[in-house]
Design a protein around this ligand. Structure first.
Ligand code: CAA
Length: 241
């Protein structure tokens, strides 16, 4: 029987590409979304992938949402924690709201969705948790103190949870995408993208969402059982560590 994969923020951008790749590979996929109903309906109509709306920043909504997905599709064996937002701004002008919104969705959201699913994975002695962090969690990014802090937090989360989960057949890994051609990157002012970002990508272009999705598909597979606690950088050579 095919395994169930839950992808948060799974109807657009990198998450949309991940949902499609896992679906094409034969998984039953649940793609969650926060607010963009129109995009989610279009995604469902085009792909046939089941979509579920809830706020990953809300723990109770995650508990209820995870239970609904499991009731409709079956136990979730693969979690792709991808949902994320940016609220860019220079730190000396950053509001508490900009800070809190990013931490709430990008970091609290990771706890909120992983916690309700991990006990089932432990009981079944199998799980794949794949966290979509960011290049900016490694190197920091001008204008993103909030986002860089949250994305660095993702990496610590992965390393600690990987240790706790290894004996239960659960792998926990992070992917740190660089600048990928999505709406999030298109929102960067064009002059900043051209002058400050593109020149630092040795491959000479933005990445494509499918280039992240392929790696997720591999990490989700049985063959990737010995990879845990890792952080895989997919950034066109922009930052090497
Ligand atoms: N490095 C160095 N200097 C920079 C810079 C950078 N990356 N970006 C801007 N600056 C400089 C500007 O040149 C400017 O300098 P001068 O005053 O000498 O001209 C100064 O900083 C202020 O810049 P702005 O006029 O742009 O200031 P602002 O307050 O209007 O906006 C900003 C600041 C919000 C940081 C804006 O520059 C911005 O949006 N930058 C992009 C931030 C970014 O890369 N976000 C990534 C989004 S994609 C993503 O997050 C996905 C992922 O995981 C990779």
């Amino acid at each position: 029987m095919s395994r169930v994969a839950l992808v948060t923020g799974g109807t657009r951008g990198i998450g949309g590409a991940i949902s499609k790749a896992l679906h094409a590979a034969g998984y039953k996929v649940a793609a969650t979304y926060g607010g963009n109903v129109e995009a989610a309906e279009k995604f469902h109509a085009e792909t046939g992938i089941a979509t579920f709306q809830w706020d990953v920043g809300d723990y109770d909504a995650c508990v209820a949402g995870a239970a609904k997905v499991e009731a409709e599709l079956g136990p979730v064996d693969i979690l792709v924690a991808n949902a994320g937002i940016t609220r860019d701004g220079l730190f000396h002008k950053m509001t508490k709201e900009q800070w809190s919104q990013v931490i709430r969705i990008n970091l609290d959201g990771l706890f909120n969705i992983t916690r309700p699913l991990i006990e089932g994975m432990r009981n079944r002695n199998f799980g794949r948790i794949i966290v979509i962090s960011s290049i900016n969690g490694h190197k920091g990014q001008f204008g993103q103190v909030n986002y860089s802090a949250a994305k660095a937090g993702d990496i610590g989360f992965v390393k600690a949870l990987a240790q706790e989960s290894a004996s239960k057949g659960i792998t926990v890994n992070a992917i740190t995408p660089g600048y990928i051609a999505t709406e999030m990157v298109q929102a960067i002012p064009e002059d900043v993208l051209k002058a400050k970002i593109l020149p630092h990508i040795p491959v000479g272009r933005l990445g494509q969402p499918e280039e992240i999705a392929r790696t997720v598909q591999f990490l989700a597979s049985d063959e990737a059982a010995f990879i845990t606690g890792s952080t895989l950088a997919i950034n066109g050579g922009q930052y090497m560590f």
